[in-house]
Design a protein around this ligand. Sequence first.
Ligand SMILES: [Fe+2]
Length: 239
Amino acid sequence: MILKKYTKDKQTQPKYKMSEDNKLIVIKPFGPSIAKVTIPKEIVDKLNVYIDSVVEDAEKSKKLDYGTKLAGNVKQEFYLEKEIMEKSGWLNFLANSSRVWIENSMKVKMTKFNLIQSWVVRQFKNEYNPIHWHSGHISGAGYLKVPSTFGETFQKEKRNVNGTLELIHGSKAFLSSSKYNIVPKVGDFYFFPHYLMHTVSPFTGTEEERRSISFNAFIDESIYNVFGSDVSISKNINS
Ligand SMILES: [Fe+2]
């Protein structure tokens, strides 16, 4: 049955108005938790000085090369040495931000942060990062350098995603998105679960570098294992 009350002309002039008492709120509880946090400027600066020095040093660049382990079709990827991660405050920033993110998202206390690796991606024009995911439990990506332009689209009226990061989850459906687009900004850092797919589009119109930094880490197994553990029961059955 179609309610005549809601015919097209009536819809534009609703008689029923929302008040404070019956204010509508949207609840959207599904999907992975993502956190955004600003990297302190002094850490960004210290990391950039270190990275610039590695770029200048061919031998060190070769030693720290991480390209074979990563998905990017980009100029250079290398991992960060433990010393600079500690000295710059980067490791502390990752551990503390992760703890706040997990505690806010799950209402549990996080006691472990075991970094697997943190690395830098140096991307230039026409380079890209195909859809991929990470290992470990938690991951993230942020920005140390961003070009002043990512260039134009070939067709002027098209939406421009050049150089942006796209997080992808599930399939698009009614009232449910499957992707989240992020325009990089120096100092912005995003945390996400390791399995969250993501990709970076190529850009044009500049010789400048798009320099991002990422990490993978393990946290408390009891937090990560959201389905619980039946190890003791399993032992009893099999003994
Ligand atoms: Fe990635």
